[in-house]
Design a protein around this ligand. Structure first.
Ligand SMILES: [Ca+2]
Ligand SMILES: [Ca+2]
Length: 298
């Protein structure tokens, strides 16, 4: 076909050239048109591709090996430094020696913290006679003592815990046991003393108001007797001094006196209740002894 085109007239050739040019133009136009078409097709294709990508199922993500979780480190809370109150320094803190005599020990809660404490009484041989002591040992607190000294023919012996002022519902720590002890003798019996541990943590001996040591005689003479009981009721507890006397050995007049705490370290007489008894009344025996919710101490 190309050969046949070369064999026609120049007119034809021009026409052919024209045709060729036209064809070229047409081809260019077509190419241009194709370009637009391709361009449009590309847009469409691009759009289609976008949709295709969207619908493509993604390959599952690579499963990562689980990260080992480190156990949380427990950090102990930092405690605020505890301020420990220094233990009190008491006037005396004598302890029984290895050669102590007449040692006696009782339990009680002298500081009212519901933890049992101890008290001890004993004597030390001074070379000219025994010197007696009473000591309170507070668990978690201090141990302090009182020197009773030379008691002559008498002796000291802690007997029991008592309460001279128990009150139900009293502020915590204020219901403290007091301790009852023999602190000497009298012509017909023993003298009792009452001790306690004060707010300062040290032992003290109750006085009768003027610095004179408070003493309760337990006395069993023929016509005059005296004793002590612990009593209480309605959430209270206290000591009661019992006294009785007789003129004929058969009829007794009695006096029950409540002992009240009249100060931080003092005891005094409160209300008294008079009465009468016969020697044949079993209860008269209480008037010459001491007991606190149990068997008589003597
Ligand atoms: Ca205690
Ligand atoms: Ca008390």
């Amino acid at each position: 076909m190309f050969t046949r085109i070369h064999s026609v007239s120049s007119m034809s050739r021009r026409a052919g050239v024209a045709a060729a040019s036209f064809a070229t133009f047409a081809l260019l136009a077509t190419a241009c048109s194709d370009s637009k078409s391709v361009s449009g097709a590309d847009s469409t294709s691009s759009s289609s591709t976008s949709v295709a990508v969207t619908s493509t199922t993604l390959a599952p993500a690579t499963t990562l090996a689980p990260t080992t979780t480190a156990a949380p480190t427990t950090v102990a809370p930092t405690l605020a430094p505890t301020t420990v109150a220094p233990l009190p320094v008491c006037a005396e803190s004598t302890a029984p020696s290895e050669s102590a005599l007449g040692v006696n020990v009782i339990d009680g809660d002298w500081n009212g913290d519901a933890v049992a404490d101890q008290a001890v009484s004993w004597a030390e041989d001074s070379g000219s006679g025994p010197v007696w002591f009473v000591r309170a040992e507070v668990n978690g607190g201090v141990s302090s003592s009182i020197t009773l000294g030379d008691l002559g023919v008498g002796f000291a012996e802690v007997l029991d815990r008592v309460d001279v002022d128990y009150s139900l519902g009293a502020p915590e720590g204020t219901n403290r046991d007091e301790l009852l002890a023999v602190v000497g003798s009298n012509a017909a019996g023993f003298n009792l003393g009452v001790f306690g541990v004060g707010a300062d943590g040290c032992i003290f001996r109750f006085d009768s108001g003027g610095g004179v040591p408070f003493e309760l005689p337990i006395h069993g003479a023929a016509a005059v007797v005296s004793g002590l009981i612990c009593d209480g009721g309605a959430g209270s507890q206290f000591l009661v001094r019992l006294e009785a006397e007789t003129d004929d050995g058969s009829n007794w007049t009695t006096l029950d006196t409540k002992i009240e705490r009249t100060g931080a370290t003092s005891l005094g007489d409160g209300v008294s209740i008079p009465g009468e008894m016969l020697t044949s009344d079993a209860a008269i025996l209480r008037y010459s002894n001491a007991e606190c919710f149990g068997d008589p101490y003597f």
